[in-house]
Design a protein around this ligand. Structure first.
Ligand code: KIV
Length: 262
């Protein structure tokens, strides 16, 4: 698939759904990129790959390392890098960390969590030449502040706040927005309220595309499966069965056989 540009991503709005998926390494990036428009190096890697309870301890160094790997594995796919918690607290910090992403990786864009409250940061980054993806609704980086993962858009006030957030982010210069954990009808209203693509995760079918965490949708991450995740394969079972077979063949000396020796 030909690498999309920002303008071709934006032209998809209203014509075809965008396919985004997370990727954390070169091996999977190559596989996942075959049918995806955009790869997101999400800070969710701090949970599924880092083994942590939330995303909050992810660092810039980690994101740079994983983005470098993803860009090498999928050089012809549009890549967005998540800015981890604490790396965009103010304009100066945001700019210097975003600079690291562009200088040290070939990522095409960065993503920051937050709504109208982050619009000034998004504007500062866009004014300085960065392509920025917004992220509204359920914000995983706010899990400790909010005391858990809370679905958003449950009342009209919430809905209007989300619409205002999306419009503020668009106005600030973001080229795309991720909307997470939002009542489907509200997410649809949010998508209809802006002219840039709105990509949903746990936000129903009325948005401009979908994103899933690859280890969730491949059934590899067992500790917790959110309601919105569809598992397209049972990866954990497949891996465990393969390893069990390997262990058994090692024990019974049927591996290596004559086809696998020099
Ligand atoms: O970190 C991540 O993987 C994300 C997705 C949940 C959108 O931000």
């Amino acid at each position: 698939m030909k690498k999309l540009s920002i303008s071709s991503i934006q032209k998809c709005k209203g014509s075809r759904k965008l396919v985004m998926i997370t990727a954390y390494d070169a091996l999977f990036a190559r596989l996942l990129s075959e049918s995806s428009d955009i790869l997101l190096v999400g800070d969710s890697l701090n949970m599924s790959f880092g083994g942590n309870a939330d995303t909050l301890s992810a660092t810039m160094d980690q994101m740079i390392y994983h983005t470098q790997a993803v860009c090498k594995g999928a050089p012809d796919t549009f890549v967005i890098t998540d800015m981890p918690f604490g790396t965009y607290m103010d304009e100066t910090t945001a700019l210097s960390n975003a600079l690291r992403v562009y200088r040290e990786t070939s990522a095409d864009a960065i993503k920051i969590e937050g709504g109208a409250d982050k619009a000034h940061l998004i504007k500062h980054l866009c004014d300085n030449g960065f392509a920025v993806c917004g992220h509204i609704g359920l914000l995983p980086q706010s899990v400790r502040a909010e005391g858990g993962y809370k679905v958003k858009g449950k009342n009209e006030h919430d809905a209007l706040t989300l619409i205002a957030d999306a419009q503020a982010i668009q106005q600030a210069g973001a080229f795309i927005i991720v909307i997470e954990g939002v009542i489907a009808e509200v997410a649809t209203r949010v998508a209809n309220s802006v002219s840039i693509p709105v990509i949903g995760i746990g936000a129903g079918n009325g948005v401009d595309g979908q994103v899933l965490v690859f280890s969730d949708m491949l059934g590899l991450y067992e500790p917790f499966v959110p309601k919105f995740v569809k598992q397209y394969m049972n990866g954990a079972v497949a891996v465990k069965e393969a390893i069990e077979k390997y262990a058994d063949e090692v024990q019974t000396r049927s591996f290596p056989d004559e086809n696998h020796v020099y």
